[in-house]
Design a protein around this ligand. Structure first.
Ligand code: BES
Ligand code: ZN
Length: 608
């Protein structure tokens, strides 16, 4: 075997999770049973969390952040007895360890309530919802925010089954990343069970005025009543997507796959909570042009939810595999041209982003020591990760690679995987028989080094190359905007067109585009965001109102960041950014607030 393909040297403690205080090697939690009341006035969840534990250690260490602990009891014969516990100092990234003297008890019950500023919860006012009548609550636990609403061993290396009794205001509906065991809307009592063992970052809850519409045998959509029809139409291909992944990688193991459409404040595009993917309403474009996001979250049912990254250093194992599968789904369901357009846009974006990233952040097996795992959220684990797998696929062929991945998911189903374990599995089960490929695809280079290896898969889309050419002609003044035939353009064509334009085009040229194409009133959030960034750079004032409106209604970080970043590049823009942010901030999710505070220097803006 060529020497450059040997298993990369891994630091001794690479498999240890630096982002958890828990001690699963001494005592491990196997089941979590919650009994919680959602109080929208106080903005908290309160009640009990009962943990089933096992192991040799007499002290159980849990992760918490900003939880108020009322008391801890341990099972004692038929009842419970108070247990000694202490809450450690709060670390800004990790929160506080909760140390419980459990002795040999196998059940530990914690009485607690969450903080109104819990990082994993967002409490929405009625006016932040589509219906404007009822409040809304949802959780976002990934990466390390489960600890802000449940005291758990908050590491993806520990898997638990869970159950919950959730009490909500009468009339509202509660949903979780679990099976609904009973639902009583008039009294607001819901019971859930998740019999498959999952990591804590996949425990999820949402409460609101929710309707349901099925889209297939095993699939359906939850959304506010005024949104559910459009959502069900947009996501009608979900069942077909599922069948395709099953053909490739084996049965869907979670029973149902439903989608919950959240209000626009949701800071992500999507979140793969098992049985119930959470999505931003910005994905509903009306023409299914953004459903690769559904393909993505669905793909996590294999990559991530079945075979799970063991630590946040191994995040690329979740996201890179998922982007790879997402593209396979898109290709099967919508055809190779659509898949090629989508992946070429992503790769181009990755290259731009990498130009700005420090070398250490360009590494797949990223070093997150002393850092917030959120800092690892870049295009690298996603797109470079997928490119790595595509490159192997190119070299061995799908005949070999598809069954290889299928057996990987079987081998690691309901388990956590480190980068080293994957590398070893790949070497043993694929590269060992293919020294030719091993010579081309260097694992050390892909996993441990910055930049993109020279031997790599590069997606090409002829359709988008043609668009780029037209854009060039328009920029050069060879053609007018109204001479461009956009009648067959999809979202992907528009994105490529807009990204092809030089940033300093000038406001006059934007006027021409806007007059012909009406971009300032684009209904598609991806196109609109791209256009608004361009408008901001070029100080195209006609779009200012829309910029403000967009930033005060949408909370998806992917859209907020580039707009605020662009605004703060000038003095005037900074004043505007801070004025808009002052209004918008109370409506953003804590994770978005954390990102945007940094961009607009919120501390400075607030000081007199
Ligand atoms: N699991 C991620 C979202 C996530 C990652 C939340 C890390 C918190 C920490 C989800 O699957 C995802 O990748 N969402 C993307 C969309 C996707 C199509 C690239 C997003 O929200 O932008
Ligand atoms: Zn993902």
């Amino acid at each position: 075997m060529a020497s450059c393909t040997s298993i990369p040297p891994v630091a001794e403690d690479a498999s240890r999770d630096l982002h958890s205080y828990a001690n699963p090697s001494q005592v491990r939690v196997s089941h979590v049973e919650m009994d919680l009341t959602a109080d929208f006035e106080r903005r908290n969840l309160s009640g009990t969390c009962t943990l089933t534990v096992a192991g040799d250690g007499t002290e159980l260490v849990l992760d918490t952040r900003d939880l108020e602990i009322g008391g801890v009891d341990v099972a004692d014969g038929d009842g419970y007895a108070p247990a000694e516990f202490s809450l450690g100092d709060s670390d800004p990234i990790l929160g506080s360890p909760l140390r419980i003297r459990r002795g040999t008890a196998d059940t530990v019950r914690i009485d607690y309530s969450t903080s109104p500023s819990a990082s994993g919860l967002q409490w929405l006012e009625p006016r932040q919802t589509a219906g404007r009548k009822h409040p809304f609550l949802y959780t976002q636990s990934q990466a390390i925010h489960a600890r802000s609403w449940i005291p758990v061993q908050d590491t993806p290396a520990v898997r638990v089954t869970y159950g919950a009794h959730i009490r909500v205001p009468p009339g509202l509906r509660a949903v979780m990343s679990a099976e609904t065991a009973s639902a009583d809307a008039p009294s607001g009592n819901y019971r859930f069970r998740m019999p498959m063992a999952i990591p804590s970052y996949l425990i999820a809850l949402a409460v609101g005025d929710l309707a349901f519409e099925p889209t297939g045998e095993r699939t359906g959509v939850y959304a506010e009543p005024s949104v559910v029809r459009a959502a069900a139409k947009e996501f009608e291909d979900t069942e077909a997507m599922m069948r395709r992944v099953e053909e490739l990688y084996g049965p869907y193991r979670w029973g149902r796959y439903d989608i919950l459409v959240l209000p626009p404040a949701f800071p992500f595009g999507g979140m793969e909570n098992p049985r119930l993917t959470f999505v931003s309403p910005t994905v509903i474009a009306g023409d299914k042009s953004l459903v690769s996001l559904i393909a993505h979250e669905l793909a996590h049912s294999w990559s991530g939810n079945l075979a799970t990254n063991a630590t946040w250093r191994d995040f690329w194992l979740n996201e890179g595999f998922t982007v790879y599968i997402e593209e396979r789904i898109q290709e099967a369901v919508y055809g190779p041209e659509r898949a090629a357009m989508e992946s070429s846009l992503e790769v181009a974006a990755l290259k731009d982003e990498m130009d700005e990233l420090a070398a250490r952040d360009q590494i797949l097996h990223v070093d997150l020591a002393d850092r917030d795992p959120d800092d690892g959220f870049t295009g690298v684990p996603y797109i470079k990760g997928a490119m790595f797998l595509r490159t192997i696929e190119d070299n061995v062929g799908r005949d070999v690679f598809d069954p290889f991945l299928r057996s990987y998911f079987e081998e690691f189903a309901f388990r956590s995987v480190t980068t080293a374990q994957f590398a070893e599995y790949l070497e043993r089960n694929l590269l060992a028989n293919r020294p030719d490929v091993a010579g081309e695809v260097s694992l050390t280079e892909w996993l441990e080094r910055p930049g993109l290896p020279t031997v790599r898969h590069e997606p090409v889309s002829d359709a988008l190359e043609a668009v780029a050419k037209v854009a060039g002609q328009w920029v050069a003044g060879a053609i007018l905007a109204r001479e461009i035939d956009t009648s067959n353009w999809t979202t992907q064509h528009w994105l490529r067109f807009l990204r092809e334009l030089p940033v300093d085009l000038g406001a006059d040229r934007l006027v021409e585009l806007d007059d012909v194409f009406g971009l300032t009133s684009a209904g598609n959030a991806e196109i609109l965001c791209e256009w608004l960034v361009l408008s901001t750079v070029n100080e195209y004032a006609a779009a200012n109102g829309t910029v403000e409106e967009f930033l005060t209604t949408v909370g998806r970080r992917k859209f907020l960041r580039p707009l605020y970043e662009q605004l703060v590049k000038t003095e005037d823009g900074t004043v505007r950014a801070r004025a808009i942010y002052r209004k918008a901030r109370p409506g953003y999710h804590p994770m978005a607030v954390q990102s945007i505070d940094r961009i607009v220097d919120w501390d400075v803006a607030l000081s007199p």
